[in-house]
Design a protein around this ligand. Structure first.
Ligand SMILES: Cc1cc2nc3c(=O)[nH]c(=O)nc-3n(C[C@H](O)[C@H](O)[C@H](O)COP(=O)(O)OP(=O)(O)OC[C@H]3O[C@@H](n4cnc5c(N)ncnc54)[C@H](O)[C@@H]3O)c2cc1C
Length: 460
């Protein structure tokens, strides 16, 4: 019978940092890391090689495998405690700041660049004051940018270091968590293999959030709702955002819409980047990234509306997926629309898109009409914020601005966890985006460190 001290499910940043922290303790723990995707050097999106549809590639090579969704991400490390997750629910501000700095240092050791954006406070404060006049709140955030092209290298270095301490098995899809008398005892894989361990850490990411929700229901764990974040990816000429992105890199702006008083925010800004497709369990959504040494002429960012639904509704993930599916149905994937066409109440056509001075970086998108997929409330919120943003970044409200849909953030169900991220089952921990505790690389990684530290405290 196979037995380990710790079994970790998912080799994204949360799972990797759990393993790293355990390995660094030199306690000689027997650690097993299970990942349903492939190793980093074998992760290739078939769309880049030959015209194979996303539907034929499971699990998605972009989201699954060593490094998780972070492997080909833009690698923007958000060093502010107010951004990228909810860890402040579990620890105080000082502890989180320390933890972020600790986690950031590890990324530095493995090859993240020294430069940090957003440190120029006088300039940042000027932008903040300016934004305030138009109802926009700027959340100052320090960012270290690894870059999509450098991320795999950083992850490979970590893997090399971990190889001698951690057993990693790829293409291992975990089916269920095993428990006995309210205590975790191991896992069972989809192929029916049972593996036992004293501690189990679940780090399945957004990609595995539905799976985690199913596990939670089977184990009778309490689930809380997170907001549903739905919106579009906006693409403008890079010069429109240049004065903001060169100072802050990722301007995080929050706006409360006048009509509905909904919270609308910018997210994942990619200066000189490109818009990309994301495929999540049968649904095609949109995202963006940028390279450190390859630039396009455009900047893209997500504009998301956060809505906290109330009882009896308790299916935020399904709601988000449903809206994204509508766009898929209409556009056979991602829809792109010029802002001018949306305002004029007409669909975009290939000819209209071609007339735009913003050339779409996502070629594989269908010109169409987002108002057939997004409810009126979302369209109204998004338009209000774009208009306000135009005051601090003239050109955002231009007819040429491109909107891609749908962008949905599925960090939806939150498990009830202790301050150490342990679930209501003893020795079963849940970390990262899938557990609803993070929504970015740094806090996902930091949550892994938190769980590992608690495990280390308990083992002799
Ligand atoms: C295109 C893109 C760009 C992004 N850019 C940024 C950015 O610039 N900055 C930032 O901070 N964040 C960014 N993010 C978000 C960031 O990648 C995530 O917040 C982070 O990866 C979450 O880490 P995680 O370990 O919780 O989950 P993930 O990275 O999603 O990893 C989870 C892993 O678990 C595996 N898994 C799931 N279920 C199972 C199972 N049942 N059995 C075995 N394995 C399983 C999955 O295959 C996956 O590899 C981006 C995300 C995307 C998709």
């Amino acid at each position: 019978m196979k037995h380990y001290d710790v079994i970790i499910v998912g080799a994204g940043p949360a799972g990797i940092f759990t393993a790293l922290e355990l390995a660094r303790s030199n306690k000689g723990l027997k650690i097993l890391l299970l990942e349903k995707g492939k190793d980093i050097d074998k992760r290739t999106c078939p769309l880049n090689v030959k015209k194979i549809s996303c539907r034929e590639c499971f699990p998605c090579a972009i989201l699954s495998g060593w490094g998780g969704a972070g492997a080909f991400s833009d690698g923007k490390l958000n060093l502010s405690k107010d951004v990228g997750g909810f860890l402040l629910r579990y620890i105080d501000e000082g502890s989180l700041e320390e933890l972020i700095s600790y986690t950031d240092n590890i990324y530095l050791q493995y090859g993240a660049p020294d430069k940090v954006y957003g440190g120029d406070t006088e300039e940042v404060n000027k932008i903040k004051e300016d934004a305030q006049q138009y109802g926009l709140t700027l959340i100052p955030s320090r960012i270290r940018h690894i870059g999509t092209d450098r991320c795999p290298g950083v992850l490979q270095s970590i893997k090399k270091d971990l190889n001698s301490h951690v057993e990693t098995l790829f293409s291992k899809d975990v089916e269920a968590v095993l428990t006995k008398e309210g205590r975790a005892t191991g896992i069972q894989t989809k192929s029916g293999e049972s593996i036992y361990g004293d501690f189990v850490v679940l780090a399945p990411g957004r990609e595995g959030s539905l799976w985690l929700e199913k596990q939670a229901k089977a184990l009778k764990l309490s689930l809380l709702n997170n907001p549903v974040d739905i919106g579009v990816r906006v693409e403008v000429r890079a010069s429109v955002m240049e004065h903001l992105t060169k100072t802050i890199y990722e301007p995080k702006l929050i706006f409360y819409s006048k009509k509905f008083n909904d919270r609308v925010r910018t997210f994942c800004v990619n200066p000189y980047g490109e818009v990309v497709k994301e495929y999540l369990e049968g649904v095609c959504t949109v995202n963006g990234h940028s390279y450190s040494d390859k630039k396009t002429e455009n900047t893209n960012f997500a504009l998301l509306v956060s809505t906290q639904f109330t009882e009896p509704f308790d299916e935020p993930i399904y709601y988000g997926r449903y809206i994204a599916r509508l766009a898929n149905l209409l556009g056979k994937g991602v829809i792109v629309q010029r802002l001018g066409d949306l305002k004029a109440g007409r669909r975009s056509t290939p000819e209209r898109i071609a007339r735009s001075n913003v050339k779409p970086t996502l070629k594989d998108s269908t010109p169409g009409d987002l108002s057939f997929a997004l409810p009126y409330r979302y369209i109204t919120d998004l338009l209000e914020m774009l208009k306000a943003m135009d005051k601090i970044a003239p050109g955002v409200w231009s007819s040429n601005t491109l909107l891609y849909g749908i962008e949905v953030k599925f960090y939806s169900r939150q498990l009830k966890l202790t301050g150490n991220l342990e679930t209501e089952v003893e020795n079963l921990f849940a970390v990262g985006d899938g557990a609803g505790v993070s929504r970015g690389l740094i806090q996902a990684s930091a949550s892994g460190v938190m769980a590992a530290r608690e495990i280390l405290r308990r083992v002799k």
